[in-house]
Design a protein around this ligand. Structure first.
Ligand SMILES: Nc1ncnc2c1ncn2[C@@H]1O[C@H](COP(=O)(O)OP(=O)(O)O)[C@@H](O)[C@H]1O
Ligand SMILES: [Mg+2]
Length: 232
């Protein structure tokens, strides 16, 4: 579904992504791990078109999307739940969900307000609350719900569990599994190795703008091996 081949990205003179190659298969969950400042968000932003790759190819559904504007990539069915959630704090839950919905036909799961409320019942209870009145976990559910309203079939999640309590992480993990089972493909940036190994099918580790490891999440000892590699 998504393949990066030798992708390079710069901020001005800073060479951040230095030849990144990775793949997300249709219906799979891939986790991208790595410490702070290693280039994970830059990779996500390059995929979704916020940053232009200087070299390499990004193939999405058979088409090279490298260098396409973000809105065209979004039209092809890709959506991002950004790091830090970025919900509208002075709008209600309902307004947050309905503000940007894509009505176009496409690879559509048919998401609408009712389906989002089915997935996250707490959002229905909070429909008239403002974004800034929600807990961290509820804000994350809202950020995911808002993304789903665009009817994507490929979802990028940048550190969705940042700052959340273990019980909330588990709850949202289950929802992400449900999304996968409904046919979505997902690329998840994560710092928590245990959570990533539990949720993902395949794991990559990024270090200083390079992929230094790729492996099946079901491999024995994977969690321990990854912990060691990340610490390097
Ligand atoms: N807008 C920017 N301009 C210049 N440098 C940036 C910018 N955003 C991030 N960087 C730098 O790029 C590197 C990778 O950052 P980032 O992709 O955010 O890492 P991660 O998501 O893995 O924490 C860091 O050294 C960071 O300081
Ligand atoms: Mg980041």
């Amino acid at each position: 579904m998504l393949q990066l081949c030798d992708v390079h990205t710069y901020y001005g003179e800073s060479h951040i992504l230095q030849g990144v190659s990775m793949e997300v298969k249709q219906g799979g969950i891939v986790a991208l791990l790595g410490r702070n400042g290693m280039g994970k968000t830059t990779a996500i932003h390059t995929i979704i078109g916020f940053q232009q790759p200087a070299a390499g190819s990004i193939i999405f559904k058979g088409q090279n999307i490298g260098g396409l504007p973000a809105h065209e990539i979004a039209q092809m069915g890709m959506a991002l739940v950004p790091q830090g959630r970025r919900i509208f704090s002075s709008l209600t839950v309902r307004e947050n969900l309905t503000i940007g919905g894509r009505k176009k036909s496409g690879p559509v799961q048919g998401y609408n307000l009712d389906k989002i409320y089915d997935l996250f019942p707490v959002l229905e209870h909070r429909t008239k609350h403002l974004g800034n009145q929600l807990s961290g976990g509820e804000q994350q559910m809202l950020a995911i719900g808002r993304c789903l309203m665009t009817n994507p079939d490929f979802l990028l999640l940048d550190e969705p569990f940042e700052g959340l309590a273990p019980a909330v992480i588990l709850e949202i993990s289950r929802k992400i599994e449900e999304l996968k089972n409904s046919g979505l493909s997902l690329l998840l940036v994560e710092q928590n190795v245990r959570v990533a190994c539990r949720l993902a099918d395949y794991i990559y580790i990024m270090n200083k703008g390079k992929i230094i490891f790729g492996g099946n999440a079901a491999e024995p000892q994977i969690e321990k091996n990854i912990q060691q590699l990340i610490a390097l």
